[in-house]
Design a protein around this ligand. Structure first.
Ligand code: THU
Length: 218
């Protein structure tokens, strides 16, 4: 089985031709192929239109943000900062922010390259609001994800947005001090911090518990 990224030439719109690419699958189809599975997941997740059945029509329509100049493997495993930010931007419309009118979206990547999504979810009782970053991380943890390696965040009205203090503490719980947090700087700009830069001297309960146990044993 061979998979290529090709322009969606059957589209009548010139704009579509430049913006939309397809994954073209040739040769005997292997439905269990990891790249193909990943591509199908992405297409479903990003809400892109599938052009015919991927197995019969042998093509998948790929969202424009995945087009870029990257290789197919990277395209179907969007873990580059630019792709993560683009993915987060695509989620902004799902933010539930009727009180602040400040939509935020975030994605976090696990050790297997799986991407988990989050948006801010507000409440009439304002203090119950949860930020996009925490929703993404909690969704990853609830799905059994381990080894969270990087996070990307974007806000519609503030570029770059910086994670709030509560989110920094949650980020420090699940990502290493060296892991990267990317924020949308607008246009092609991306600002990147390490988790350690965002929250130096983090409170680390795991360390505290070990310390407590060690001192109890003394
Ligand atoms: N918010 C986030 O979701 N993430 C941030 O990094 C900053 C703030 C949300 C919380 C609230 O719904 C809205 O933005 C305004 O504070």
């Amino acid at each position: 089985m061979k998979i290529e990224m090709v322009p969606a030439i059957e589209s009548e719109s010139a704009e579509d031709q430049t913006k939309v690419m397809r994954l073209k699958v040739t040769g005997p189809i292997d439905p269990a192929d990891a790249v193909l599975r990943r591509a199908r997941e992405l297409v479903q997740r990003t809400g892109s239109t599938s052009m015919g059945s991927p197995l019969n029509g042998r093509s998948l329509r790929v969202p424009s943000f995945l087009r870029s100049d990257c290789s197919l493997t990277q395209a179907v495993a969007p873990t580059s900062p630019r792709e993560l930010i683009a993915h987060a931007r695509s989620l902004l419309k799902r933010a539930y922010a009727p009180y602040s009118h400040f939509p935020v979206a975030a994605v976090v990547v696990d050790a297997q390259g799986r991407v988990f999504e989050g948006v801010n979810v507000e409440n009439a009782s304002y203090g119950l609001t949860i930020c996009a970053e925490r929703v993404a991380i909690f969704s990853a943890i609830a799905a059994g994800a381990t080894g969270l390696s990087s996070l990307a965040v974007t806000a519609q009205k503030l570029k770059p947005v910086t994670p709030c203090g509560a989110c920094r503490q949650v980020i420090a719980e699940f990502l290493s001090a060296e892991a990267q947090v990317h924020s949308d700087g607008g246009g092609d700009a991306i600002v990147t911090w390490s988790v350690g830069e965002l929250l130096p001297h983090a409170f680390e309960p795991r360390v505290s518990v070990e310390t407590a146990l060690a001192s109890a044993a003394e």
